[in-house]
Structures are given as C-alpha cells and as structure tokens.
Design a protein around this ligand. Structure first.
Ligand code: KIV
Ligand code: ZN
Length: 510
C-alpha cells in the first residue's frame, strides 16, 4: 500500500501573512470549513499570541470544524505555548506547533543565543507543550540554512522531548530540489529516533522552487507537507497545495504516496479563497488558472479532439472544474438558488436564502448568464458581509474635463439601522472613482492613503461583475476592502467603504 502524506494547510496563518490577504474571523471560519471539506489533515489556524484578534480567530476555528486537526503556532517560550493551547484546546484534535530558529545567522543575530542554549530551549518548549497534548510539532526555523549535523541533534532532542512531527522549513526559499532531497534523506538516515515522528517540510517560493522542493522532499521520505491554497504566503508565498496534490496524484507511479485530499474540491477551494481575499486567480496559474486546460494551438486542439490524452495529463473534472456551470436565470426559484449555494459548499438559513435570492434576481436582470463564480461572489457580498457601521445609500458620478472636473455625489448612513444618521456630500476628484472616494472620505472624516486599487472581472463578458479590492493606510493602520458589483464605480465605492469599516472594527478590537 502507498504511504500516506499528511497535508498541513497554513493558508490561515502563513498564507494570511501575504500582503493584502488579511481575513476577518468569519472569513477564516468559512475558509476553514472548506479546507475540512477538501480533506486536509491539519489546519494551522493562526498565531494566537500575535494579537487578541488572532487568538479569537484560532479559538473560533477550533470550535467550528469537526474532524480536521487544528494547530496554533507559538514561539518556543512558555507564555506563547500557554496562549496557543488556550486557543486550540477546544478542537476535537488540537496541535501545538512550536518553533525556534536553528541556523547560525538566526541564532547569532536574531536570537542572540548559542547552539547549546537553543537545544535547551527546544527541549523545554516541547516538554512544556507535551503537558497539554500528545500532538506537538516542532519547527526548526531556517532549517535549510542550518548545519546538517546540528539539525540531526535538534531533531533528536525534539523527538526525545515528545514531538510527534518535526518540520524542516526552507524559511527563506533558498534551497534547491536536489539539495533539499539530500538534506531530508540525511535526516532520515542519521536521526536515531526518526521512526518515532513524522518528518515534515515547509517551503517558501522566493526562487520559485517551493513546489519542486516539497516534492523532492516527499521523494526523500518527508511525510507531511505544509502548504497554502493558491500558494499565498509571506513574500513570494508558500508551496501551492493544489500543485502538490495534483503532482502526487498524476505521477503516482513516481511518488508512490497518497493524500486524503478530495481533488474535485481543489478548484472550489481556490475559488473560495480568491473571492474572500479579493485576489484573482492568475490565468496561467497551474491546475486552477483559466488557461490551465485551454488549448490554443491548432495542433494541440486537433490532438485533443482525436484523443484527449495527447495533450491533457489530467481532466478539469478531476479538480472540480465542470464546464456546464451556467446556473441561474431570471426564472429560477429560490429552491434552485438554495441548491446551488449548497453545491458550492454554503449552508444558508431561510433568511439568508431570501437575501441571496433577491441578489441573484437583481443580477440576472442585468447580466445574461449567472455563473457559479457570480453566485459565490453574491453570497460573500450580500449574505456574509458584516454589519457595517458606514453604509452607502446612493451615489452618482459625472465625468468631466477642464473647468468641470470629474465629480461625485453620495449619500451614506452611519450607525445602527433605525437610529442611523444620514450624510450627503459632493466632491471633485482626479477621475470619477477618485471623486467618489473623496466624497466618502469627507463624510467619514478621514483621508487615508490609497495604497492598492485593483479591478477584476468575476467572469467573462462586458456584463461581468466587477470585483474591486483596495488597501488603505491611515494612522499606522492598514486595511483591505473588497466588493463586487455589476457597476465598477459602485463596486469601488463599496470596496472603499468596506476597507473603512474594517479599519474602524480593527481599531475597536485593539
Ligand atoms: O517559514 C517558516 O519557517 C515558518 C515556520 C514558523 C514554520 O513559517
Ligand atoms: Zn513559513
């Protein structure tokens, strides 16, 4: 029987450290539920000591999922470990994931510790974590730049102290596949108690080698892979889960291992993350990009028509990408909308179905065909959006030149419904979108710096929903906002208001 490789997903921890990928608690829970459906073995839910918000999100995820293990990250110090346990302990199967750097450069310049002191800290940290649970992982941060014999010692000490998983991260994305293969093999062959723990790998993509390095490590005997959906993560990101799983499945004869992943949930998982963080899937992204199964060249098309296997190494169906996903039209009933939401992995109550039904109908009036992506965008937009403190009521924009520059008028509501204060404003701007932003800033009473503004179409066609993401900075705080609408200017206004609401909420939480 093929060996099992455990999939440890860190989309909600390392992935969330990716610029612009911040998620609020509800969004993290929805992503965690999808990861559970996908069949990952472990969800790393966050870094509980980092902030109260992180702590609460990890705790909420631990309580919201059923079968999957939930890990929290903590440095190798008592206070961090205690806080981590508090956050994960309500999970059915909690894991404490503690880490400490082991490379010369990190020990000397970051930690100010000798190698011996680091060994003592690892031993103490793992033993302390072990008092809470048997499920303890230790990571040797910057392992790929550490001395190999020191890593052997570190791994032995961590296992002796009770670690059931030892992770060997390529923290800075520096290693190369053949070198990483040799390192993992060296540890497998030289760590005396290696059979008492699972060897794990965690690769960053700074040199574009994260997936290749992870696969090389699997070939050398690693049996846990740490990865993120769409490869999001710190700097250039982490190894992409969908790439790893499909490589292992498609080249089964080469790797001779298996995972628990339900591959037909790969595309829905990527799509859900993309919708939540407002980051489109690049068209040339392996496995799930729009072009991944599109054959442009005549020779390829001819071959595929004669026999798909000539140019296709896997099918779109196998990753959950079905071609007939036109779903809802003007005449669909609420039952059809409810079923579609369920099929997309959302269980909605009657009130939420009515909200979604109305949003779908409104969109179907403007757009010829409503696709799965549209329904998912509407669910996130109209059903799950948090109760915002600032809300847009109406707006209009006017383009202009010379003495009549672009201008916008907007009406907004502030505070709880029923007792809300209504404000009106009109402002000029450099362009129509800038004008509407100026109007919003005047009413909210802030002037943030707009750092990032992106527009993408949710589906194809000029009637597609526009998906806008903004990142603003004000008073040392950054905030991301996202919105979808058939009208790009309205989507922009809603995204800006979303960012301002999130900024307000973050301030309150602090
Ligand atoms: O990249 C890294 O080293 C990490 C560890 C904390 C596992 O993310
Ligand atoms: Zn990392």
């Amino acid at each position: 029987m093929a060996d099992r490789v455990y999939v440890f997903d860190t989309t909600l921890r390392d992935g969330e450290q990716s610029p612009g990928a911040t998620m609020n608690q509800d969004e993290k829970i929805r992503m965690a539920q999808q990861l559970e459906t996908l069949g990952v073995d472990v969800i790393e839910a966050g870094f509980p000591i980092a902030s109260q918000g992180d702590f609460e999100a990890v705790q909420a995820i631990a309580r919201a999922v059923d079968t999957v293990q939930v890990a929290g990250l903590c440095r190798a110090v008592v206070g961090d470990i205690d806080r981590c346990w508090e956050a994960v302990k309500d999970a059915k199967n909690p894991r404490i994931h503690t880490f400490l750097a082991t490379s010369e450069i990190h020990m000397k310049h970051k930690l100010g510790k000798t190698a011996d002191e680091v060994i003592v800290m690892i031993d103490k940290a793992v033993r302390h974590a072990k008092q809470y649970t048997d499920n303890v992982e230790f990571s040797a941060e910057d392992a790929s730049r550490s001395d190999w014999d020191f890593l052997v010692k570190v791994t032995e000490v961590a296992i002796e102290a009770g670690a059931t998983v030892v992770n060997i991260p390529d923290t800075v994305g520096y290693t190369q596949p053949f070198e990483y293969y040799d390192l993992i093999k060296y540890l497998k062959d030289n760590v005396k108690n290696m059979n008492d723990a699972i060897l794990s790998v965690h690769c960053h993509n700074d040199l574009g080698s994260a997936v290749a390095n992870t696969l090389a490590a699997v070939k050398a005997g690693a049996r846990q892979v740490e990865c993120t959906v769409l490869g999001i993560g710190e700097r250039a990101g982490n190894a992409a889960l969908e790439d790893l799983v499909m490589a292992i499945n498609t080249r089964k004869e080469l790797y001779d291992v298996e995972t628990n992943i339900k591959t037909e949930q790969l595309y829905p998982s990527c799509r859900r993350l993309s919708q939540i963080i407002g980051m489109p899937i690049p068209p040339n992204k392996a496995i799930v990009g729009a072009n991944a199964f599109a054959h442009e060249s005549g020779i390829h098309q001819d071959g595929v028509i004669k026999n798909r296997l000539t140019y296709e190494i896997m099918t779109p169906d196998s990753i959950g990408r079905t071609s007939n996903d036109i779903v809802i039209g003007k005449h669909s009933g609420s039952h059809a909308v409810k079923n579609k939401a369920k099929e997309l992995g959302y269980t909605l109550d009657d009130e939420q179905i009515q909200v979604l039904f109305k949003a779908v109908k409104d969109l179907a009036d403007k757009k010829e065909q409503v696709f799965d992506e549209d329904v998912e965008a509407l669910i996130l937009e109209s059903v799950y959006r948090r109760k915002d403190r600032f809300r847009l009521i109406d707006m209009s924009v006017f383009s202009g030149t010379g003495d009549v520059p672009p201008h916008a008028a907007a009406v907004m509501e502030f505070g709880a419904k029923g007792e809300a204060e209504v404000k009106r404003n009109s402002s000029f701007g450099e362009g129509s979108i800038d004008a509407v932003f100026q109007s919003i800033y005047s009413m909210v009473g802030v002037a943030p710096k707009l750092e990032v503004y992106t527009v993408n179409a949710v589906t194809e066609g000029s009637d597609a929903l526009a998906s806008v993401a903004v990142r603003i900075a004000h008073d040392g705080t950054k905030s991301v906002g996202r919105a979808n609408d058939a009208d790009v200017v309205k989507a922009s206004a809603l995204a800006m208001i979303n960012a301002l609401n999130r900024m307000e909420k973050a301030k309150e939480e602090r």
